[in-house]
Design a protein around this ligand. Structure first.
Ligand SMILES: *Cc1c(COP(=O)(O)O)cnc(C)c1O
Length: 366
């Protein structure tokens, strides 16, 4: 059997005709940027999340960057980010001129450990970015408790978490503003790059919208030195088709995860957490850990099972962040995660037999 790590096949074949029609309707409309598709998608995604505002932007990275800019975060400021996340979270901070300050995660949840935030707060700290990594929400109440004590802004990086819930509320509504990515491989993905910001704060919404549109609040009138970061009509039309399927796709992933969680029984493997009443999970990726990860990776590959490491090198050990001067050993949890993680096949349409095959092979690893 050959099982890829991820696949678009089942998703896209079921909605192929609708995607074709979406393309044609944009072509015929002669509107390609900021037309009716964008407006409709923003309203539909805001309603889906339960947020007051949604602003389409160019990428998930831009979403976070534009929120930070809208909050006036700049050179000399510090922003708390988890030490274990995709590098985009930290790059959004660096792009404003501010410094990302890494806080270690809990190894069981992979998400930021709220009790470790306080010791990293200085008089330069302006905000905390809570990442809902892998599709599991961060512990927002605990994060807010610290943010309130020190008068900090809170952002969500929801790039991996479209539709997941924390204490019954969807992510994207649990902070001052949230950034989503519609990179094709995310749970809600465009057919190209895309992203959005959701918020209940009108001031942030207006400012993000202007900043992403050349700093313009009204055609040819510019109140900020903005940039160009917009979600185009074609992607919005595709995303509207896909948004209708998102809950079904997420539920499918949860069912696959449920089987992995109950049927993988190998003492060499640590499993991620399941959903509970407070913490939902939409399994953007299903990440197992193994001390002999590289051997496991090779073994699964030899048996036709695709895997990916999320992520093989923590941010503080990347050349890009050499300038922060953080040495190996200083963020041991992030390092341990990088050394041991392996994401196994997880996608809409993986069959029961394929899931069984993955489970059997993992259980047979010695
Ligand atoms: C994908 C991702 C981003 C960046 O999104 P892009 O659309 O690729 O710019 C940011 N944060 C996390 C956690 C991500 O997984």
């Amino acid at each position: 059997m050959n099982i890829p790590f991820a696949s678009f096949e089942a998703m896209h074949s079921e909605i192929r005709e609708e995607l074709d029609n979406a393309y044609k309707s944009v072509l015929d409309s002669n509107y390609f940027i900021q037309g009716t598709q964008c407006k409709a998608f923003e309203e539909e995604f805001a309603a889906y999340c339960g947020a007051k505002y949604c602003i389409g932007v160019g990428t998930g990275l831009d979403a976070l960057y534009l929120i930070l800019k809208a909050m006036d975060i700049k050179t000399g400021d510090e922003v708390i980010v988890p030490s274990n996340t995709y590098i985009a979270t930290a790059l959004a901070v660096s792009y404003t001129g501010a410094t990302p300050v890494f806080v270690e995660p809990h190894i069981e949840t992979f998400n930021i450990a709220p009790e470790l935030i306080e010791e990293k707060i200085t008089d330069k700290t302006k905000a905390i970015i809570a990442v809902h990594l892998q599709g599991r929400p961060a512990d927002m109440d605990a994060i807010w408790e610290i943010a309130k004590k020190y008068d900090l802004k809170v952002l969500e990086d929801a790039a991996q978490a479209h539709g997941t819930k924390y204490k019954g509320k969807r992510v994207g509504t649990l902070s001052d503003a949230a950034g989503f990515s519609f990179y094709p491989g995310k749970n809600l993905g465009a057919l190209g790059d895309g992203g959005c910001v959701t918020t209940n704060n009108k001031e942030i919404a207006d400012k993000v919208r202007a900043l992403g549109n050349y700093g313009s609040d009204y055609k040819y009138h510019h109140i900020y030195q903005g940039t160009n970061s917009r979600l185009d009509e074609l992607q919005c039309a595709f995303l509207r088709v896909k948004l209708k399927e998102l809950d079904k796709w997420n539920d499918y992933r949860k069912k696959v995860a449920g089987r992995y969680l109950s049927e993988i029984k190998n003492p060499l493997i640590s499993l991620p957490l399941g959903c509970d009443e407070e913490f939902d999970h939409i399994y953007h990726v299903f990440v197992i850990r193994c001390d002999r990860r590289d051997e496991l990776e090779k073994y699964l590959d030899e048996n036709g099972i695709g895997t990916v490491k999320h992520y093989p090198v923590p941010m503080h050990l990347q050349k890009a962040y050499e300038s922060l001067g953080i040495k190996e050993g200083e963020l041991p949890v992030a390092e341990e995660i990088s050394r041991t993680v392996l994401s196994i096949p997880m996608y809409y349409g993986i069959t029961d037999d394929e899931v069984s095959y993955v489970i059997e092979n993992i259980n047979a690893f010695k």
